[in-house]
Design a protein. Sequence first.
Lengths: 318, 318
Amino acid sequence: MIQEPIRTPTRDGVLRAAAKIAEILPPTPLLPFDIEGTRLWAKAEVLQPIGAFKIRGAWHRLSDLSEEERGRGVVAVSSGNHAQGVAWAARRLGMKATIVMPRDAPKVKLEATRALGAEIVLYDRPGEDRDEVAAREVERRGAVLVHAFADPWVIEGQGSAGIEITEQLGREPFRIVAPCGGGGLSAGLALACPSSRIVPAEPVGWDMVGQSLAAGGIVRAAPDAPATICDALQPTASAPIDLDVLRGRSEPGVAVTDDEVRAAQRFAFARLKLVVEPGGAAALAAVLAGKVPAVADTVVMLTGGNCDPASFAQTIAG
Amino acid sequence: MIQEPIRTPTRDGVLRAAAKIAEILPPTPLLPFDIEGTRLWAKAEVLQPIGAFKIRGAWHRLSDLSEEERGRGVVAVSSGNHAQGVAWAARRLGMKATIVMPRDAPKVKLEATRALGAEIVLYDRPGEDRDEVAAREVERRGAVLVHAFADPWVIEGQGSAGIEITEQLGREPFRIVAPCGGGGLSAGLALACPSSRIVPAEPVGWDMVGQSLAAGGIVRAAPDAPATICDALQPTASAPIDLDVLRGRSEPGVAVTDDEVRAAQRFAFARLKLVVEPGGAAALAAVLAGKVPAVADTVVMLTGGNCDPASFAQTIAG
């Protein structure tokens, strides 16, 4: 359910979000790693309290709500990480959160969202229209919708990671490669780091941001889009508010396969000692597969670590 | 091969080590986590470049060697993490390193040590006396022995983690729980944080520090000591240089079982998104099992993350 954008996200908004987030969350580490003698950097967003960067946008959005809006509560649609971000922020602010989640979301994400005190409404993917389910909840409860990527606060909040990177490196990096679903993080980083090149990394067949930027308009996922292990990166389409920021600012996106993602998860396990979920490893996958050049001054976003244990075990042992 | 201590480790030495280490390695994150509503802290030493805290003591020791000593090279005995620390420091200083390692050391540790350019000499555990093997190498090469825990520089270097913790918290913590083999880290932390309680956590049957402190003298591991998955925590005995520091400073040590260690590895995977090897999870295991009270202001050291993938997969899926 993409509403009319209330306003355009701005760099000032990103800076304000970064200041608010710095008050409650320590910066996530920017960890060096080497590929064939070249030093690259991994931004370890898996170490956020909810195990994903989504806490940033959710906090910026919810903490900016008026007293009256807070009383009405929030509704979000998410496969699991935005869900936990919104639930975490809502709990901290004493608000009610209702999260619309796909029935096939990883069990760990469903349980973690529930443990944070949110009410969960399930829908069937594919089949049911999650936006219709969300619209029904918004109407029924009079609640505020917090969209996962088509929301100026959410975009600005995600961009706060770029402000941290700039402070940690002492400069804006040459390039930032980011896992990409709807494009909220990529757009936020583009605003945060105006001199950096931004590369969205998406699953093959679900590269709706890359395809939309190439086509010059919204491209929706095909009804027969291939299965992907990146449960966090399956938007039916990106949104104008993200694409407007990325147009002219993003390098061409790249699409990664499940095997490339699994190789990146193994690399993160063995070399970085980090647990990274499939969607969170898409940018690292693009670099390791040579789809983005591993040149100096490249930052790779590791966006989430909420993994199903059995699937992770299979990936690591494989 | 425990030589006569050259000197006593001191707090000033720890401070000097911390300053040297801060020049080349960023502080490892101190990550908050909650147990039943109580806020504790995990010191993520798994995020060191070699995946373990041992880089600290090795760097302090090797970088303090004279030009003449550097020319002769170093010899170390290690099941894998001290090995990588010494190899890493030696490569950075342009020195030759020879590491005596057990033939049954995890393959990942053998390979990582070799990849860092060290020469590896294997011995059979149990059976061959690793100290005799090391003495032979020291004599044959005229090299300097860098003991894994019975060395004042190594103890001071490991203690630098305590200086970082104090800076990160803004105070010395009430209690630090640390995985313990020979006792070098525990002794270093005791020197670094004079007002903190130090609790060594050791595998059942290999709690040579705890037993030695209780007995008032060196207690050696029994020849029929039980098997443990904590490959990094199997010293045949602690050493006077460590016990002298810990006597009167350490709380009674605790001993953890393999099952408790595996539960801690699963907790680190699911909640902290960190890959922690069995020995590295011993302190967390002690807290989760209730053997050390989970009170506020407790720091849990996560000392190493160099895991065999197949074993880790089994632990996570189990």
